[in-house]
Design a protein around this ligand. Structure first.
Ligand code: 3H9
Length: 691
């Protein structure tokens, strides 16, 4: 008690998750404050935030009472006003708790949000009912269904937060209560604010498109609409919300998404690595200003690092700097970046064609053409130009980093930082730990990933590391399905029905068929030089398309024809009779009998290819853990998050059926195919999941 004001501080490190003890503590605190005849109460969080939401570790079991709705009901029924004092984040159940208080006061840097949709559930403690009453239905749909975060400034503007606290939170909250009498004020009694006609429908349409038909999105919209209309009555709507939450919480989507949540946090850790070794990185050099280099530069600039872009000549440098400026401008135009932030980023960027300019850089990353000799020479140049101890990174997506770094005085400085294009948008960053990569370089890379807001995954050296290696196996299977008789659009559709945004052939068209073509030629050459005999079956058609100049969207034709109508601002892929004829010819020339494939067997074969290669990746020790493979595919390759990732998905399948799919895969791939130890990996995976 502070005078007549009760102070309830939630202290449950690291993020004050609303576990059972926290819920009990708040309930007891309210009861004691009532006994003590408190005239008001302040609810706040100790440490770095208010409350980051419900404790996700409890979600696999029955939730012990009191549940959060009960705690909020106690707050609402208390005979004194309760002020939530917010700092750091108030997310999920944390925001719902604050919405259940009579007033909200916040540090201006606070971030508010309801991320439940990303966890396969809906807010379960009144979020769908209270939030729309404060900020309106359309904005509530954006926050709940789109995962939008609300800043402190916006929360004040919207009336979601009543007072801005510039000084110490507790003092501000006490002063707020002392200023004038503060009556009780239930959020549920407030009428929803008026809405510009049409905005609610528009927000709903956007949310449904983004939500890809997941059941939690449609349920959330239904409940938000019920809050706005008020037809059902408040307590019935709250009970409805709770019932939907409880059902979804134990459903397949929610389980997979919770698995990924913890898997993603684990992926950033390396057993036994001393993170204290990480070097401070303030200034970086990006070598090569092509699409990838520009994206990487933008990612660094967005994180507030100073960037020196290095190109071969003045003209290329001007093009690269111009490209970055243009894309920053486009972000401003689209409202994604403020004019001040754009100016700050631009001020952090310089360009040069002189390696001497790198003498002050803490890290350099090369993003030049995928050519071993070129990269070897470049790394040597960087070693000479950079200060001692600075980290040298390569963005190669396939090449052997051990070989690349072998000629340096100190190969320990070299690490792979494999970004995905566009590098400032895609969340994944594969950190490649080569045989001689030092702990310092690895720790620095992990810390840097965090600073860039990326999802790190640590990989070992292998053709394509984790992600591209598995993806290449999947694409190979897709191409063979086409050769054996499935239409390209049938192959793509089968995996899109599984939840991928695009099938592998449409993706190839988007990124350009020539990249994989060059890789196939290189691998064939390497295989020949090494005297290796059997290779998996050649998919033939992809090569023929390239030879015919059909390199994908950039040439207007690839697996599909792009000369037709636009869809979403881009020409839509249309099946092309010329491609069908080319496939028939290839099949005939190779003496292959055309087979029929139903959508399910196509889908199962594509998944089997991923699962099999994932098992090979594990067997070779390229990924630290099975869950890292899932994190990679879900964050960089469009594997539907609500399916958890290929190994998680496989662990939930009937084992006999899966092994049969793997046999069929081996048959289709031919003698050079390597069968991964899927059974053993999944047994181990199951034990870990259950343990
Ligand atoms: C919900 O609230 C449903 C309600 O509607 C239902 C009401 C009835 N639970 O991310 P970090 C751990 S659903 C358990 O590395 P950061 C995390 O595992 C929930 N643990 O830090 C890690 O542990 P460890 C809605 C959690 O600074 C440590 O905290 N809420 C939870 O990068 C640090 O986490 C959310 O979805 C949790 N809820 O980011 C918010 N949250 O060190 C989820 C974190 O052992 N959380 N941990 O690996 C976040 O978005 C970020 O963690 C946060 C901090 C932004 C808070």
């Amino acid at each position: 008690m502070h005078g007549r004001i009760a102070i309830l501080e939630i202290d449950n490190p690291p993020v004050n998750a609303g576990s059972h003890a926290v819920r009990t503590g708040i309930a007891e605190g309210i009861a004691r404050a009532t006994e003590n005849r408190a005239e008001g109460a302040v609810l706040l969080g100790a440490g770095r935030c208010f409350v980051a939401g419900a404790d996700l570790r409890e979600f696999g079991q029955k939730l012990a009472p009191p549940d959060l709705p009960q705690v909020i009901a106690l707050i609402e029924a208390a005979p004194f006003p309760v002020v939530a004092a917010l700092h750091g984040v108030a997310l999920g159940g944390g925001l719902e708790l604050a919405l259940g208080c009579d007033y909200r006061l916040a540090d201006p840097a606070v971030e508010l949000g309801l991320p439940e949709i990303s966890l396969g559930i809906i807010p379960g403690a009144g979020g769908t009912q209270r939030l729309p009453r404060l900020i309106g239905g359309a904005r509530a749909i954006e926050v709940i269904c789109g995962g939008a975060r609300i800043s402190g400034a916006e929360a004040l503007e919207l009336g979601l937060v009543d007072v801005r606290a510039d000084g110490p939170l507790l003092e501000a909250a006490l002063a707020f209560l002392a200023e004038t009498p503060r009556p009780k004020r239930r959020t549920l009694d407030l009428p929803p604010p008026g809405e510009v006609p049409g905005t609610l429908d528009a927000a709903e349409q956007r949310a449904l498109r983004r939500g890809k038909g997941r059941p939690n999105v449609t349920e959330a919209i239904r409940l938000i609409r019920a809050a706005i209309s008020g037809d059902a009555g408040t307590s019935a709507a709250l009970a409805d919300e709770r019932a939907v939450f409880q059902r979804l919480r134990v459903g397949a989507d929610a389980k997979a998404l919770r698995y990924l949540f913890f898997a993603e946090r684990r992926a950033g850790r390396v057993e036994g690595l001393d993170m204290g070794l990480a070097r401070r990185i303030d200034s970086v050099a990006v070598i090569g200003g092509g699409t990838m280099g520009q994206g990487i530069a933008r990612a660094f600039l967005a994180a507030g690092l100073s960037v020196t872009l290095v190109e071969q000549d003045a003209a290329a440098l001007e093009r690269a700097l111009g490209g970055i400026a243009a894309s920053l401008d486009a972000q401003v135009r689209k409202g994604r970046l403020g004019a001040d932030a754009r100016a700050e980023r631009a001020a952090l960027l310089t360009g040069t064609i002189e390696y001497d300019a790198l003498a002050g850089c803490d890290l350099a990353i090369e993003a030049v053409f995928e050519d071993m000799k070129l990269k070897q020479d470049l790394l040597a140049r960087l070693e000479a130009a950079l200060p001692a101890g600075a980290i040298i990174a390569t963005n190669t997506s396939y090449l052997d980093i051990d070989t690349m770094a072998a000629h340096l005085d100190d190969p320990g400085r070299v690490i792979g930082l494999h970004f995905f294009s566009p590098a400032d948008i895609m969340p994944l960053l594969e950190l490649v730990r080569a045989a001689r990569t030092s702990d310092t370089a690895l720790a620095t890379g992990l810390k840097l990933a965090r600073r860039l807001g990326k999802q790190p995954v640590v990989a070992g050296v292998a053709e394509g590391f984790i992600g591209n290696r598995i993806y290449a196996a999947y694409r190979h299977r897709a191409e063979l399905l086409v050769l054996d008789g499935a239409a390209p659009e049938a192959v793509d559709r089968a995996i899109e029905d599984f939840g991928f945004a695009m099938g592998p052939l449409a993706v190839s068209d988007l990124s350009g068929l020539d990249i994989a073509w060059a890789r196939r030629k290189r691998l064939a050459q390497e295989r020949e030089q090494a005297g290796q005999a059997a290779a998996p079956r050649d998919p033939l058609v992809a090569d023929l398309l390239c030879e015919a100049g059909r390199l994908g969207r950039k040439t207007g034709k690839g697996w599909y024809d792009y000369s037709g109508a636009e869809k979403g601002g881009r020409p839509a892929p249309r099946p092309d009779p010329d491609v069908a004829a080319l496939i028939d010819r290839a099949r005939e020339e190779a003496g292959i009998t055309k087979q029929e494939f139903d959508p399910r067997s196509i889908q199962r074969q594509l998944l089997a290819a991923m699962v099999n290669e994932a098992a090979c990746v594990m067997a070779d020790g390229i990924a630290q853990r099975a869950s890292d493979v899932d994190v990679t595919l879900a964050n960089g390759y469009g594997f539907p998050r609500w399916r958890g990732g290929p190994l998680y998905w496989a662990s939930g399948q009937d084992r006999g059926a899966l092994l049969a799919d793997l046999d069929a895969l081996a048959q289709a791939m031919g003698p050079g195919h390597r069968t991964g130890p899927v059974d053993a990996i999944l047994n181990d995976f199951q034990t870990r999941k259950e343990g």
